[in-house]
Design a protein around this ligand. Structure first.
Ligand code: SF4
Length: 303
């Protein structure tokens, strides 16, 4: 089919991505703030409550002053859903890279892109495979862009296991609980967990990370997984690790589970952690070059 020229202008793409990075760095999505507020009200540990209070004040100040919520502004990942009828899709990647460079300077972001061999920091958050890009081609002519800023503390406790298929769902549950206990305070709890099973090692981890994009107030559409998620959440919050690992009832704010078909002999399980500072923001560019910001506030806004 002939593509529709939706005028994917490089400048629009860069401006939208820049706004998304700024928003994600300084303002948490409403669902995360609401989950933290609820946890604060319910927390029975005095120390845990104090930690949650500090986190909430931190969020409020960052939003008011338009400064980064955390000193580690993370690594930047884009998830792009590109309408198959849109033209100029090749403009997207360079425009997003440009936005990362501008955001590093303007927000500002901590330069977090280091060559593992030369140890050279690029200084602008770009480098080999950075920012990371995940593409999905969908029908229509909209382009949806989501950005996440993921801190090193939560990334460092990511866990992957190739379980024995005989371990089944009970083995999966044990592995998730062990991963959270082992992680302790390192991922700055309360965390959000993306859990994925099947596919293969790479697919499981990619799905686990993508599962973190689902808002905390959205139920899993799969009835079996919708039952498993609160069960895991309740078990994880019995660990007593608590806010910032200092003890309490709130270790995890939410568990999001996804899966892929697996090889009969393989049972990969991946756990991706997000710290409480769960930074993500999304926007849609439509065929008329109009932009709608889709997240961080339920109100949404058009430009
Ligand atoms: S894990 Fe999250 S909250 Fe903790 S230092 Fe890193 S970015 Fe900040």
């Amino acid at each position: 089919m002939q593509g529709v020229d939706i005028n994917l202008k490089a400048d629009t793409l860069t401006n939208v991505a820049l706004n998304l990075i700024k928003t994600a760095a300084t303002c948490l999505p409403d669902d995360v703030k609401e989950a933290l507020q609820k946890a604060y009200k319910k927390e029975t540990s005095k120390t845990g409550k104090t930690q949650l209070e500090t986190i909430l004040k931190n969020i409020e100040l960052a939003e008011k002053q338009q400064t980064p919520i955390c000193q580690d502004t993370g690594t930047i990942t884009f998830y792009v859903k590109a309408g198959a009828q849109a033209n100029n899709l090749d403009k997207i990647e360079p425009a997003l890279v440009k936005a990362v460079r501008q955001a590093t300077d303007q927000v500002p972001l901590r330069p977090n892109a280091v060559n593992p061999f030369t140890l050279k920091n690029s200084g602008d958050n770009t480098g080999q495979h950075m920012p990371q890009m995940h593409w999905e081609i969908v029908s229509g002519d909209n382009v949806d862009i989501t950005v996440t800023l993921k801190g090193g503390g939560s990334e460092n406790v990511s866990a992957l296991a190739m379980l024995n298929p005989a371990d089944g769902v009970n083995g999966l549950k044990r592995f998730v609980v062990d991963a959270v206990v082992k992680a302790g305070a390192q991922p700055c709890p309360p965390t959000i967990l993306g859990v994925a099973v099947g596919g293969g090692a790479d697919v499981a981890m990619a799905l686990a990370k993508r599962a973190l994009l689902r808002p905390l107030d959205e139920a899993n559409p799969d009835p079996q997984l919708a039952r498993l998620e609160p069960e895991l959440l309740a078990a994880l919050n019995k660990t007593g690790i608590g806010p910032m690992g200092l003890g309490g009832d709130t270790t995890v704010l939410g568990v999001h589970v996804d899966y892929a078909a697996r090889h009969p002999a393989s049972f990969p399980v991946a756990v991706a952690f997000s710290c409480w500072c769960d930074r993500r923001a999304s926007a849609r560019i439509n065929a008329k070059d109009e932009v709608t910001y889709l997240s961080n506030t339920k109100r949404g806004s058009n430009t």
